[in-house]
Design a protein around this ligand. Structure first.
Ligand SMILES: [Mg+2]
Length: 324
């Protein structure tokens, strides 16, 4: 059966039931408030869940081929689908059935024949919890000071982009950025001013990388990092060449800087085509090497390089940033 879908952008509910009449009743009850996707078997449900990442799944138990229990187990075993709340909707009405369903990790159990008013209320409760959980997860990935993604979000995204680039054989570029003489800035102007400086630079970097897929994070302290999927060495050189200018033209006064009247940055960038046998840490390390070259050469500059990972004997050790 072709999945039935209506309008997007609202919270998404996947309904799985082998009987068309049940699908239609639930679709009718929920489609006004949510984006409903309906499928009539377990295998299509797994595929649909992976594709659309629903916020909630309503799941029949008795179905041919893959029944609701099996489908539930398969979802709970999948790291991508595990967190999606799942409600059994079943004609199996014994307490044992309910207990088995909840034991498998479902958040609720509704019995047929359905009272649609109760279905709507329960669904609303679970979707509100899902919304709050999503919000907390997002907050855990945001740097509190600058409002941009934090180190954890960066690590997640880098692994994700690395795997994607290995799969499709595309370029992946990484830029590491460090604010020059930032310890001196804090000593002279105070930590409050330091915070404001970090926020302004975060905003400036975020607005510098605007292609879909570009990702700017606060790596820690006065360090920022940018992931640029699909960007080759030439593209990387042109992208990074304007960065330093952008930051210096913010004209944030810095009397402790030995290189400018204003706050500046040093950056190091590396481009590669990721390979299965290597890891994102290699890219991080090599970007760091370029960053430290920029610092050794006097700061307020950028070094860009590319690497063929098939040929590099690499030692993945991150140099500590204690030179300021
Ligand atoms: Mg059934």
């Amino acid at each position: 059966m072709k999945p039935i879908e209506n309008s997007p952008r609202r919270q998404k509910i996947l309904i799985v039931d082998d009987e068309l009449s049940n699908l239609m009743v639930l679709n009718e009850a929920l489609r006004v408030d949510y984006h409903v996707i309906a499928v009539d078997n377990g295998r299509d449900a797994l595929r649909a869940a992976l594709r659309i990442r629903p916020d909630l799944i309503l799941l029949d138990i008795l179905m041919p081929d893959m029944d609701g229990y099996e489908l539930c187990k398969a979802m709970k075993a999948d790291p991508v689908l595990r967190e999606i709340p799942l409600i059994f909707v079943s004609g199996k009405t014994s307490e044992d059935d309910e207990s088995v369903g909840l034991g498998l990790g479902a958040v609720d159990y509704l019995t047929k024949p359905l009272n649609l008013a109760i279905v709507r209320r329960r669904v609303a409760i679970h979707l509100e919890l899902k919304r709050q959980n999503d919000l907390l997860s997002r907050l855990a990935l945001v740097d509190g000071l600058t409002g941009i993604p934090n180190r954890r979000a960066f690590d997640d995204r880098l692994s994700e982009e690395w795997r994607r680039a290995v799969r499709i054989g595309s370029y992946l570029s990484l830029v590491m950025i460090d604010i020059d003489w930032f310890k001196q800035y804090n000593d002279i102007y105070g930590h409050l001013a330091g915070d404001i400086c970090l926020r302004r630079i975060a905003r400036s970097l975020t607005t510098a990388f605007t292609r879909a897929g570009d990702f700017v994070a606060r790596y820690g302290g006065e360090e920022f990092s940018c992931i640029l999927p699909g960007v080759d060495e030439r593209g990387l050189a042109s992208e990074t060449s304007v960065l330093g200018f952008r930051v210096e033209s913010l004209k944030i006064p810095h009397s402790g800087s030995l290189i400018s009247r204003y706050v500046t940055i040093s950056s190091g960038a590396i481009c590669c085509i990721p390979v299965q046998s290597d890891t994102p840490e290699t890219l991080l390390h090599l970007a760091d090497v370029q960053l430290y070259r920029s610092k050794d050469q006097g700061r307020n500059r950028s070094n860009v390089s590319s690497v063929n990972l098939d040929e590099v004997p690499h030692q993945v050790m991150r140099k500590s940033s204690n030179d300021q």
